[in-house]
Design a protein around this ligand. Structure first.
Ligand SMILES: [Zn+2]
Length: 313
């Protein structure tokens, strides 16, 4: 991936959505009993495919037939900082919004913790959450279902994309999708995080539309016919679940991969060398090891995850 990858779609003007139940958060009540369903975009400010979807559904005035629908543009301040000369910078302002959720009981000291405090009551109210993300590098879409069986079950009901990743998140801090009841096996609350593909590919918008349409129909608060025509794509013949077992971090940012990795490739033999970190070989721990979201193809800071390793389950 070059420093300035192509941007294949226009970014939506979102300032018109500032006034809501809270800034850039909109609550649409049906007046009928039912679940509270939340769809969030711009958890990372440069992940625009999700913003296109939420903007379109607000523009369409989509109304739930029962329950409540909540839309949020999470890191809107980072989105508004976008500069095409440094497109990756607008992921965040001060810190990663999606690593703050384990410490929101502490005083907010950053743009992102202040914003998370605003978003939190809506997340606490939500029974079902879809958080729309995209990826730095080109790669197939991935549904991050979290560590619990209920997340994988919901991802299978949504029915796309092909790859469901069962993962425990990040040592660097709790994600929004793992917060509160979403991370509690005894709670009926459930959340999914979709990585739609590379941030600015037109195909990522297609995936975001498809997955959002499927998710909203699955919650039962809308009918499939309420959603925009053409959003839903044909279902893949099958899905597969990859359980993440290891996250490989680079010690000091000196990881050298042995070759370019695309992501989701399956390495047949245990002990296969993936690369070297500070000269030490990094190898696959078991046969048929799946490489999940490799970020091995660009320079990284020390402590950053270079690849997750998983097995098909
Ligand atoms: Zn993201």
């Amino acid at each position: 991936m070059s420093d300035n990858p192509p941007i294949e779609f226009a970014f939506p003007e979102l300032r018109k959505w500032e006034n809501g139940a809270a800034p850039y958060i909109h609550v649409i009540e049906s007046g009928q009993p039912g679940p509270t369903v939340m769809v969030t975009a711009l958890t990372h400010g440069n992940e625009v495919s999700g913003a296109i979807v939420v903007d379109a559904l607000l523009e369409k005035r989509l109304k739930p037939r029962n329950g409540t629908l909540v839309f949020a543009f999470n890191n809107i301040e980072a989105y508004h900082s976008f500069d095409p000369r440094t497109p990756f910078k607008s992921r965040m302002i001060d810190e990663d919004f999606n690593r703050t959720w384990g410490r929101l009981d502490r005083p907010a000291t950053t743009v992102e913790t202040r914003r998370a405090q605003v978003v939190k009551p809506f997340i606490e109210r939500a029974d079902l959450l879809l958080d729309l993300h995209s990826m730095h590098d080109d790669g197939v879409p991935l549904m991050l279902a979290g560590p619990l069986a209920k997340g994988v079950a919901l991802a299978k009901k949504v029915g796309a994309p092909v790859d469901i990743i069962a993962d425990a998140g990040h040592a660097a801090g709790m994600r929004m999708r793992d917060y509160g009841g979403f991370g509690d096996p005894s709670s009926p609350k459930n959340a999914l995080l979709i990585e739609t593909g590379q941030h600015w590919r037109a195909s990522s918008v297609t995936v975001a539309k498809d997955v959002t349409a499927r998710f909203l129909a699955e919650t039962g608060i809308v009918e499939p016919g309420d959603l925009p025509l053409g959003w839903r794509q044909p279902s893949p013949p099958a899905q597969r679940v990859v359980e993440v077992t290891h996250a490989v971090a680079t010690k000091r940012g000196n990881f050298m991969p042995v070759r370019h990795f695309e992501g989701q490739e399956i390495i047949a033999k245990a002990g296969t060398v993936l690369g070297h970190d500070d000269g030490e070989p990094v190898t696959t721990p078991y046969d048929n090891c799946v490489l999940v979201m490799p970020s091995t193809n660009r320079p990284l800071r020390g402590g950053v995850t270079v690849v997750r390793l998983g097995r098909l389950v």
